[in-house]
Write a protein that binds this ligand. Structure first.
Ligand code: NAP
Length: 245
């Protein structure tokens, strides 16, 4: 068991922004636990990063599976005795953006979206909090979206005013609320909790229409994961700029 190197766990890191976040944190010398609900896909992604000299290990981590969460927490406890960085990055979107589906979205889509984007982030964080408290500088990053901003959705003419998708947007708004509540509870512990908006990024979720690539898309997560002692907590950020709730 070694306490010297920082250890980060990233959910949904087998592809997209999560994988690039793993790469960028790994390049800073941080040990990366690459969470993937499909271990084979996680191991394939970890192999790529190992070739780039990154200290990485794939972990089977389906965030809606309580047994996976428990097993991952036990593994981190046994191997490292602490966790420095938790990035709740896994996310789903089952609706088209725009068109406003508030009266038509199915109960199933609402529940499935909340299960991954909100409830799992709470369950995962609770499972890892005892290990984050053992870090000298615990950092929790909840990967949200500008689409979770209630203020911008309510403001005619804002960039997201016409981009309404009830399940996704409200799940990210709930995640933002969790950020504010948890940061308040953890005040004085040294642990910082923030929400990240990665930007609109070319991934399977963001589609090819997105203007940003994953290299830039990972930057906000990386920045919030590596905040110094004077950094903010309980905020919502994109590339160092505050996003309105
Ligand atoms: P992505 O390429 O579709 O990747 C999503 C990741 O989440 C995949 O690794 C996926 O695993 C994983 N995932 C989904 N459900 C999971 C579960 N139950 N357990 C574990 N992993 C699960 O999407 P992305 O764009 O990188 O999204 C990453 C985060 O950024 C999400 O939270 C998303 O909401 C947020 N975000 C993205 C954008 C954008 O423009 N791309 C904008 C704002 C916010 P599988 O490979 O097994 O499906």
């Amino acid at each position: 068991m070694s306490n010297a190197k920082k250890v980060a766990l990233i959910s949904g890191a087998n592809k997209g922004i999560g994988l690039e976040t793993a790469r960028q944190l790994g390049k800073q010398g941080i040990t990366v636990l690459l969470g993937a609900r499909d271990l084979a896909r996680g191991e394939a992604a970890a192999e790529q990063l190992k070739k780039e000299g990154i200290d990485v290990r794939a972990v089977k981590f389906d965030v809606v599976n309580a047994a996976d969460i428990k097993a991952a927490a036990a593994l981190v406890e046994k191997e490292f005795g602490k966790l420095d960085i938790l990035i709740n990055n896994a996310g789903v979107m089952f609706e088209p953006i725009g068109g406003n589906n508030s009266s038509t979205v199915s109960d199933q889509v609402l529940r499935d979206t909340f299960e991954t984007n909100f409830f799992s982030a709470v369950a995962v964080t609770n499972a890892f909090l005892p290990l984050l408290k053992k870090s000298a500088a615990g950092r929790i990053v909840n990967v949200s979206s500008i689409l979770g901003s209630l203020t911008l959705h309510a403001t005619e003419g804002s960039p997201i005013y016409e981009a309404k998708a009830l399940a996704y947007d409200s799940s990210k708004a709930a995640l933002n609320s969790y950020t504010v509540h948890l940061a308040h509870e953890l005040k004085g512990t040294g642990i910082k909790v923030n929400s990240a908006h990665p930007g609109w990024v070319k991934t399977d979720l963001g589609t090819d229409a997105a203007p940003m690539d994953v290299v830039d898309g990972a930057k906000t997560e990386v920045e919030l994961a590596t905040l110094g002692p004077d950094g903010p907590t309980g905020g919502f950020f994109h590339m160092g700029e505050t996003i309105t709730w």
